[in-house]
Design a protein around this ligand. Structure first.
Ligand code: FMN
Length: 305
């Protein structure tokens, strides 16, 4: 699965992945659910939820904390065509103004006993949850499994860090393995999968039903193909340069169609560049981040080959 990544996995990026490497499942970025407005989801979020992905299942992800609002938002998303809904219980950067959302929901487990069954009943397609192992305590997840099981959640995506940890340290997939053994709910392992070897090792050691790739896929979309042995598992420097040239040139074309005006295109594109970690190409990537014109960026991308 391609992870939801705010600011990165918009419909243009998702289409690039679908056309290139066809992940089994793709996600929208999180869609904030308003507790006050009658329109629970913003117009652009509804457009995202309605976008087509060449028959690759698209999961619409909600972030919120108010039962009726979340249920209404799930209905809104279904009305525009979303067939799969996910609840975000992992984001460590919740807005404090609207109360505990994302990972902060794990600080209020009593709310979950209302939210999870209500969403399950409201959603006609699959209902999944993406979460960290706990708020402070990485063992917290084990106390939530009975609720998830009773509510017939279709699958869980586990990023085995705590919310308090944010992105410090590393994902501890020994926890993922213990969760897999503790429940019959299918578990998708997420967190720090940057190479095919790493992904295959995690699959084997945890017994997870699948993998979700985030930052590793943004650096190298072919990671999906490397995991499926359709591309070299350990690419050479030249192969990485070729990959990057093709990737960025395709993405730039798509960003020029989705976004409006040179300024916005460059801002959005540079945000992607800031997540690409290829040590052998760091000079070229830095040069691209310094450009102020799409034409200069195009020339630098062409020069990668
Ligand atoms: C820039 C950025 C944006 C993210 N946005 C979301 C989001 O919208 N929804 C979500 O559930 N997780 C979000 N995450 C978390 C990722 O989906 C993923 O769980 C996390 O990055 C760990 O996986 P990785 O190591 O493969 O990147 C975001 C992470 C990053 C770095």
């Amino acid at each position: 699965m391609l992870a939801p990544l705010q600011g990165l996995t918009n419909r243009a990026m998702r289409a690039l992945f679908v056309d290139w490497v066809r992940p089994d499942v793709v996600f929208t970025e999180f869609m904030r659910v308003s507790n006050v407005s009658r329109k629970r989801l913003q117009r652009n979020d509804l457009k995202e939820a309605a976008s087509t992905t060449g028959n690759v299942p698209l999961v619409a992800q909600l972030v919120g904390n108010h039962v009726e609002s979340l249920v209404a938002a799930a209905h809104n998303a279904e009305e525009v065509g979303a067939q799969h809904i996910n609840l975000n219980m992992g984001c460590p950067y919740g807005r404090t103004t609207s109360g505990a959302t994302g990972g902060a929901l794990l600080k209020k487990p009593e709310l979950l006993a209302d939210i999870i069954p209500a969403l399950r009943t409201a959603i006609s397609g699959t209902f999944s949850i993406k979460l960290r192992a706990g708020y402070n305590d990485p063992e917290q997840i084990f106390s939530l499994l009975p609720l998830f099981e009773k509510s017939e959640v279709d699958f869980l995506i586990i990023h085995p860090r705590t919310v308090a940890q944010k992105y410090a340290g590393s994902a501890d997939h020994s926890i993922t393995g213990r969760i897999v053994r503790a429940t019959a709910i299918p578990i998708i392992a997420n967190g720090d999968i940057r190479t095919a070897d790493e992904g295959l090792r995690i699959l084997e050691e945890t017994g997870a039903a699948g993998l979700m790739l985030g930052r590793g896929a943004i650096t190298d979309p072919l990671l999906f193909d490397r995991l499926r042995s359709r591309n070299p598992r350990e690419p050479t420097e030249a192969e990485m340069a070729n990959m990057l040239s093709r990737y960025l040139s395709d993405l730039l074309t798509r960003y020029c169609e989705l976004f409006c005006g040179e300024r916005q295109i460059l801002d959005k594109f540079k945000n992607v560049l800031s997540f690409i970690e290829i040590p052998t190409l760091s000079i070229e990537i830095t040069q691209m981040k310094r450009t102020n014109k799409v034409a200069d960026l195009t020339a630098l991308i062409e020069a990668l080959q």
